[in-house]
Design a protein around this ligand. Structure first.
Ligand code: KG4
Ligand code: ZN
Length: 337
């Protein structure tokens, strides 16, 4: 089955074609970063309008890249949530309408299920069951995964998501939006021994996270010491170390708690080089395995939506014709297939 995937939940227009036999056939991405840069963050109305401009031309380009026409598409998958309501509605309306015109089924995909299944785009794929660490701009969650749609939430952030904490701290350090990758780059020239930030919620049992205090720790360090570039780099390093350590401690705990030794990491923050290295080391020590997508499939993309939709569509999962999106949508509400 060949599925067209459409991702428009936030500030990237991602289009891809995934074939359940042959794998990924084409993938295109248009990032709105420049559009929002002057505002220091995503402006929802501008995001929706830009998706309106970009989605159809990108679909045409993606079909052409794959050497296919509309007649070759057997199903359409679009992100139905969670995300910005206007942005979601653009992809949902276009996806449903195309599917109706092409007389193929369409499916609304959960954005975080897309992230969670993104490692399946790689040659080395995780087998079920596994523990998933989902770390994006909007979510930080540990999930036990026994199959597609068989999700048990083990823990999540009680305040800022990890990516959000990266972005807010980057802003404090005077870095442009989107700050996460920029902060990570700055941290490479930072010294590890100058500042010591807390590892929130690691001193008591449980698998929840709290990252908003780290931003405050960074703000205080900046207020006290932070005028020169080296100090900024040192603060970036201390912040990154604290997030990475905290995530690793909780991952270890989740593996212990579930008795599993396979870990999948996905979402924008999983592109972080130091986090990837630390997790690999941890899982090697535990004689376990870690899986994550290539960096371009860690952040938002259409390929993960095409893949997740294809898995559900081949199982015979069907939806009615109405265009529905869910800006808030708990992952655990998804039906199992
Ligand atoms: O998954 P994603 O593309 O969008 C959401 O679903 O939220 O994640 C975006 C988040 C942003 O907060 C961004 O700063 C963060 O992922 N991010 C990173 C890195 N690359 C992206 N954070 C730390 N290090 C990185 N290399
Ligand atoms: Zn995402």
């Amino acid at each position: 089955m060949r599925v067209l995937g459409i991702e428009t939940s936030c500030d990237e227009t991602g289009i891809a074609i995934y074939d359940t036999e042959q794998g990924l056939l084409a993938n295109t991405l248009y990032s709105q970063v420049k559009l929002h840069a002057d505002y220091g963050g995503v402006v929802p109305e501008l995001a929706s309008r830009d998706h309106v401009r970009k989605t159809l031309p990108l679909i045409e380009q993606t079909l052409a890249d794959a050497g296919l026409t509309a007649a070759d598409i057997d199903g359409v998958a679009y992100t139905a949530g969670p995300g910005l309501i206007g942005a979601l509605l653009v992809g949902a309306t276009i996806g449903r309408s195309l599917a109706f015109g092409w007389q193929v089924p369409a499916i609304g995909v959960h954005h975080m299920e897309g992230h969670l299944l993104a490692p399946m785009l790689e040659e080395r794929r995780p087998e079920f069951p596994f523990v998933a660490l989902l770390v994006s701009g909007g979510h930080t969650q540990l999930v036990r995964v026994d199959g597609i749609g068989q999700y048990q939430l083990l823990g999540e952030s009680v305040d800022d998501a990890a990516g959000e904490a990266f972005d807010k701290t980057a802003k404090l350090l005077g870095l442009d939006y989107p700050g996460g990758p920029r902060l990570a780059k700055l941290a490479t020239s930072g010294r590890a021994d100058r500042f010591q930030f807390p590892r929130p919620m690691t001193d008591k049992p449980g698998l929840n996270f709290s990252f908003s205090g780290l931003k405050t720790a960074a703000a205080q360090a900046i207020a006290k010491h932070g005028d020169d570039p080296q100090t900024h780099a040192d603060i970036a390093r201390a912040f990154e170390d604290a997030v990475v350590d905290t995530l690793i401690i909780k991952c270890q705990r989740a593996l212990e708690h579930t008795g599993l030794n396979r870990l999948v990491m996905a979402g924008g923050v999983s592109a972080n080089v130091r986090l990837r290295a630390a997790l690999e080391q941890t899982l090697a020590d535990l004689k376990g395995e870690v899986f994550y997508p290539r960096p371009e499939f860690c952040t938002d993309n259409g390929a993960m939506i095409a893949l997740a939709g294809a898995q559900r569509l081949v199982s015979g999962y069907q939806e009615d014709l109405s265009v529905q999106v869910r800006p808030r949508w708990p992952l655990v509400e998804l039906p199992a297939i």
